[in-house]
Write a protein that binds this ligand. Structure first.
Ligand SMILES: [Mg+2]
Length: 170
C-alpha cells in the first residue's frame, strides 16, 4: 500500500508553493485538485491571488494541470481557462487513471510530479498510489459537499486536525 495517507509536504495554501522551492526538490510539475484547493467549493472561479500565483509558477518553468473529481465539465473548464491550465475532470481519485492522464499532459515522470490537494483519502492517498509526491493543504472553505463532510470525519479519525483557510470551520 506504500505511503498510504501520509503526505510528503503540508502547507496552508497552494499559493505557498513557489518555483524555486519546487525545483530544489526536483519537482517540475503540479497536479492540482480544484474544489477547495484552487476554488472555494461551489465558487465559480479561483481568487485573484491564485490566478497571479499560477502565472508566476509558469513563468518559473513549473508545469501545471488540474485533476478534479468534479463531474461539472463546464465549471472545471472555466476555472482551468482562467488559470491557463489544462485539466482532467471526472478523475476518479484516488484511482490512478486520472493522475496518469494528468501525468501524460505534463509530460513528466511520476517522481517529478507533486500532487496537491485538500483531501487525505482522494488527493494524498491517490497521489501516493500513483508514486508521485504529495502535498496536503488546508481546504479554503468549511462549506463542502456532504460526501466530503463524511470524508472529513474519517480524516479526523485518522488523526488529521481540522484546518481551513477561511474562518468558521471545525
Ligand atoms: Mg478538494
Amino acid at each position: 500500500m506504500g505511503r498510504g495517507i501520509k503526505p510528503d509536504f503540508q502547507f496552508l495554501s497552494v499559493t505557498d508553493l513557489d518555483a524555486d522551492w519546487l525545483r530544489a526538490r526536483r519537482l517540475g510539475g503540479l497536479l492540482l485538485d480544484m474544489d477547495n484547493t484552487l476554488t472555494p467549493w461551489n465558487a465559480p472561479a479561483a481568487p485573484a491571488a491564485t490566478l497571479a500565483w499560477g502565472e508566476k509558477l509558469r513563468a518559473g518553468g513549473i508545469r501545471t494541470c488540474i485533476v478534479s473529481n468534479s463531474r461539472k465539465q463546464a465549471k472545471v473548464e472555466r476555472v482551468a481557462a482562467a488559470l491557463a491550465m489544462p485539466y482532467v475532470y471526472r478523475a476518479g481519485k484516488p484511482r490512478r487513471g486520472g493522475f496518469e492522464a494528468g501525468r501524460r499532459i505534463l509530460g513528466l515522470a511520476p517522481e517529478e510530479i507533486l500532487v496537491v490537494g485538500d483531501q487525505l483519502f482522494t488527493d494524498v492517498f491517490g497521489g501516493n498510489r500513483a508514486r508521485m509526491r504529495t502535498c496536503l493543504i488546508c481546504p479554503i472553505s468549511p462549506t463542502e459537499f456532504i460526501g466530503t463532510k463524511i470524508l472529513r470525519l474519517l480524516e479526523r479519525a485518522a488523526g488529521r486536525p481540522a484546518c481551513f483557510q477561511e474562518p468558521g470551520g471545525k
